[in-house]
Write a protein that binds this ligand. Structure first.
Ligand code: KG4
Length: 338
């Protein structure tokens, strides 16, 4: 008999549901919320309202696309945190209702661990390569920048993290300063392809394996302020070069500590995950380094690097196999660590 997991993701501004059959993602429906674009960032109250509207049709579609019956589902895996409280509550409440109605167990999933386990996603008819344990992951998203040693599906060790902003946040905030739409990361990635990285910005000098991006953000802001005082059209005239320079700096900061972590741990299986792992320059840098250092590299395909329920279902599947269920009194966690 097959093991079927329903995955639910609602930690930020994407409502997503996925059906996983025996470890294979049969559907991964994502409803992205456009409502935040006008505000240049996610508005928590609007996000939770949109999740409430989206959750039922998204789950319905995921079940239909997978060609299964809701009564065949063995467990519900849901993102418990970290994320926005109002957004998480919608997914958590839905999971409880579904589990009660179908008399099936629930498994909680840590959103950050799910981003890492996205590297184990299997799709029907798609050949995919997966890491073996232990492997090292650079987890980079809108809210997190971490280096994690993955010992097992359910055993992860964080060895470095940002002490202030995340890499995605740096992209998004600098994009906002340039008048680019939200989320800024993909826009910067696109514009950078037409530019040259000829501007210099501050890079952090903190020791160890931790990251910091707030200094870069301030340096970028002050640089623009000074240039705009001399030429009010500076941003417009140099947009692509500004994007290329910013991206180059972020990638350099990320790669620096990743290389250090690989050296310190001696691990040569390197995975990346989270929304920023979709960045073309970061992917190119990791692949280039892999050739030089003999790394084996793992990068989730785009639909599984952003927030999605496929990764939640995969993470939930391993917890379900380990019988790590959670009760109906489970409450969301706004902040959790790996
Ligand atoms: O993982 P994710 O979808 O949500 C969080 O859990 O945060 O990541 C969203 C972040 C945003 O900051 C977005 O700008 C960034 O990922 N992002 C990118 C790219 N695609 C998404 N950043 C740089 N280059 C990209 N191509």
């Amino acid at each position: 008999m097959s093991t079927i997991i329903l995955g639910i993701e609602s930690s930020c501004d994407d409502t997503s549901a996925s059906i996983l059959v025996d470890g294979v993602v049969m559907s991964n429906v994502i409803a992205s919320q456009k409502v935040h674009e006008a505000y240049g960032g996610v508005v928590p109250e609007l996000a939770s309202r949109a999740h409430q509207q989206n959750i039922v049709p998204v789950v319905d579609q995921a079940i239909k696309q997978a060609g299964i019956n809701a009564n065949d589902i063995n467990a519900v895996a849901f993102t418990r945190g970290p994320g926005l409280m109002g957004s998480l509550l919608v997914g958590v409440s839905f999971a409880k209702g579904f589990a009660m109605a179908h008399k099936i167990p629930m498994v909680e999933v840590n959103h950050l661990q799910a981003h890492i386990l996205a590297n184990f996603i299997k799709e029907p008819g798609v050949e995919s390569k997966h890491p073996t344990f232990p492997f090292l992951t650079l987890l980079v998203s809108g809210g997190n920048s971490q280096l994690v040693v993955v010992h097992d599906y359910l055993k992860m060790e964080m060895i470095g993290q940002t002490i202030d902003d995340a890499a995605g946040e740096a992209f998004d905030k600098c994009a906002k300063v340039m008048g680019l739409p939200y989320p800024g990361g993909p826009v910067i990635d696109k514009l950078a392809k037409e530019g040259t990285p000829r501007f210099q910005f501050n890079k952090p000098t903190i020791p160890g394996l931790d990251y910091s991006f707030s200094g870069l953000k301030t340096s970028f802001l002050y640089f623009l302020r000074d240039q705009l005082a001399l030429n009010p059209n500076f941003i417009e005239e140099n947009k692509c070069d500004l994007c290329a320079s910013l991206q180059d700096t972020v990638v350099d900061i990320l790669m620096n500590k990743l290389k250090k972590a690989a050296k310190l741990t001696g691990i040569k299986q390197i995975a990346i995950g989270g929304g920023v792992s979709a960045n073309s320059a970061l992917q190119a840098a990791v692949r280039k380094e892999a050739q030089k250092r003999g790394w084996d590299v793992f990068i989730p395909r785009i639909g599984f690097s952003i927030d999605n329920a496929g990764m939640v279902a995969v993470a939930g599947y391993y917890k379900y196999l380990a019988k790590e269920y959670i009760g109906l009194d489970a409450a969301p966690f706004v902040r959790t660590v790996i």
